[in-house]
Design a protein around this ligand. Structure first.
Ligand SMILES: NC(=O)c1ccc[n+]([C@@H]2O[C@H](COP(=O)([O-])OP(=O)(O)OC[C@H]3O[C@@H](n4cnc5c(N)ncnc54)[C@H](OP(=O)(O)O)[C@@H]3O)[C@@H](O)[C@H]2O)c1
Length: 288
């Protein structure tokens, strides 16, 4: 397959590049500095030059707190730009693969994993802009995969957020900090390498649409942190706390676990979150 990868040096982009290249695909990988997804002329030019069958778009503005203040920018990067990209893909007959978020949910309580058919109810500007992007893509092309992911960590670290949660916790432990982590936000942390492998399998099914793609299982951020230290063999000064103990201008979902029933129905499976983490820890050590 001939693939154009936008946002190639991000956390997910790095693993998509690795997985698709290893599978023998031709990957034209462009960074933000090379192609800004918000500039239609740049998008048209790279599509015309690379003539991809598939476009993978990882570009996003996802500094959640900044999005509250810069909502125009959030909607530009997360909604208008994906719409323009989808229209360009439709014109050039390319399949668009775009990534969205578990932050599509949270506005009503559900204590069972969210299905793709559940009504989105984002709690903040970031989530709202991403849901807008999902819908604008669906209106603009009929050959798309919109894939909601959750709690990403990967060896490249998120360029938008300056690292990832696992690295932040390991750094705090190494510095001997007292670490307090919320135990009342439940999610599914997911290794970007596993996402990249599943994306390729999903793509090959040719079954377009909206998908939830995370590891299996669920945990609080506190449970996840405990598991990080256990797997890394670190004794850390860790205690649980509540979301209300931290001031934040942004509302976040208390529960944002995504159901993988639709994904599994296509024969695409994901590992348990507990099993993914040790592989990540091995890969990061190997990389250093
Ligand atoms: N990280 C998470 O926990 C999480 C959770 C749920 C959903 N998601 C979604 O998953 C996707 C990938 O996230 P990630 O963690 O891999 O993020 P990331 O590491 O920040 O990667 C995003 C990439 O997009 C690039 N980019 C940003 N704005 C761009 C623009 N206007 N034009 C072209 N490229 C641009 C960034 O480059 P620069 O850094 O150079 O700007 C970066 O390389 C995003 O759609 C995000 O919304 C992430």
């Amino acid at each position: 397959m001939k693939v154009l990868l936008i946002g190639a040096n991000g956390q997910l982009g790095t693993d998509l590049h690795k997985v698709f290249r290893a599978a023998g695909d031709t990957v034209v990988a462009v960074t933000h500095a090379q192609v800004d997804v918000c500039i239609p002329e740049q998008v048209e030019k790279v599509l015309a030059e690379s003539k991809p069958e598939v476009v993978l778009n990882t570009a996003a503005y996802h500094k959640v707190e900044e999005c509250e203040k810069k909502s125009d920018l959030a909607f530009h990067v997360n909604a208008t730009a994906p719409m323009n990209l989808a229209l360009a893909c439709q014109r050039s007959n390319a399949v668009l693969v775009h990534f969205s978020t578990d932050y599509a949910f949270g506005g009503y309580s559900k204590n069972a994993p969210y299905e793709e058919s559940d009504r989105p109810a984002p709690l903040n500007v970031y989530g709202t802009s991403k849901v807008a992007g999902e819908n604008l893509i669906a209106f603009s092309t009929d050959r798309y995969f919109v894939i909601r992911v959750c709690g990403l960590y990967g060896v490249a670290g998120s360029s938008g957020k300056g690292g990832n949660f696992v690295e932040t916790m390991l750094k705090k432990a190494a510095a001997g900090d007292a670490i307090r982590v919320v135990d009342d936000q439940v999610l599914t942390p997911t290794y970007t390498f596993d996402i990249a492998e599943a994306v390729r399998k999903l793509l090959l099914t040719g079954t377009f649409g909206l998908y939830h793609l995370t590891s299996e299982g669920q945990c609080s951020w506190y449970d996840f942190t405990r598991h990080i230290f256990e797997c890394a063999g670190i004794q850390a000064n860790l205690t649980p706390c509540k979301t209300t103990e931290f001031f934040s201008p942004v509302k976040r979902p208390a529960y944002s676990v995504l159901s993988k029933t639709k994904l599994r129905s296509l024969g695409v499976s994901m590992p348990l979150w507990q099993d993914a983490l040790p592989r990540y820890l091995r890969e990061r050590t190997h990389k250093k």
